[in-house]
Write a protein that binds this ligand. Structure first.
Ligand SMILES: Cc1cc2nc3c(=O)[nH]c(=O)nc-3n(C[C@H](O)[C@H](O)[C@H](O)COP(=O)(O)O)c2cc1C
Length: 167
């Protein structure tokens, strides 16, 4: 297991367009008994309700969603480029069918019992503040519907960043 150091969120040099949109990340949830992770490339960080927050968008069909819904926390692990293959794997296989972490050559680590990826270079531990399922009646641009041909809608999870850690 790697040793992770906590670091103040306001010292992060974090370009979300690059770090989330291009490099992708692994969102994990669950417990020591049952955890799962999946790749995300949509999301962000910011400030809301007087707190530093991270937000992610998870479709109905994802197994990870069940685990996020069942608990109070999720983590976001940012990986070096050498893990792109693992990120592709975790973004195209479901934890319902395979032990993704094992198959992708990754390792679980835990802080406050929240699962995260031990190979991560930066990890955000988040406590859920809200969950909002996005519905078609809220879309203001007709272009958006094309993302939902099967009505596999996204839920927007906003989490307070309770800890940022790097190694
Ligand atoms: C680059 C990339 C980005 C992705 N981003 C998201 C995302 O932001 N939200 C989402 O719901 N699924 C996203 N996915 C799809 C999930 O990672 C994928 O469906 C995964 O297999 C779900 O795993 P699970 O069923 O074990 O939760 C992405 C996949 C890839 C490859």
């Amino acid at each position: 297991m790697h040793v992770f150091q906590p670091l103040p969120v306001d010292t992060l040099e974090f370009n979300p367009f690059e770090t989330i949109g291009k490099d992708w990340a692994l969102v994990s949830a669950g417990s020591k008994q049952k955890a799962n992770t999946m790749t995300v490339s949509w999301g962000g960080v910011g400030v809301l309700w007087g707190k530093n927050v991270a937000f992610i968008f998870i479709r109905d069909s994802r197994y990870t969603k069940e685990l996020i819904d069942a608990g109070d926390f999720f983590s976001i692990s940012f990986m070096d480029n050498e893990y792109k293959k693992a990120l592709n794997y975790c973004g195209s296989h479901s934890g319902r069918d395979v032990d993704k972490i094992k198959e992708a050559g990754l390792t679980w680590n835990y802080k406050h019992s929240i699962p995260f990826i031990d190979e991560g270079k930066l990890v955000l531990l988040c406590q859920k503040l809200s969950a909002t399922r996005l519905t078609e009646d809220s879309f203001l641009s007709p272009e958006i519907a094309k993302w939902y041909p099967d009505k596999d809608m996204h839920t927007l999870y906003i989490g307070e960043i309770i800890e940022a850690m790097a190694r």
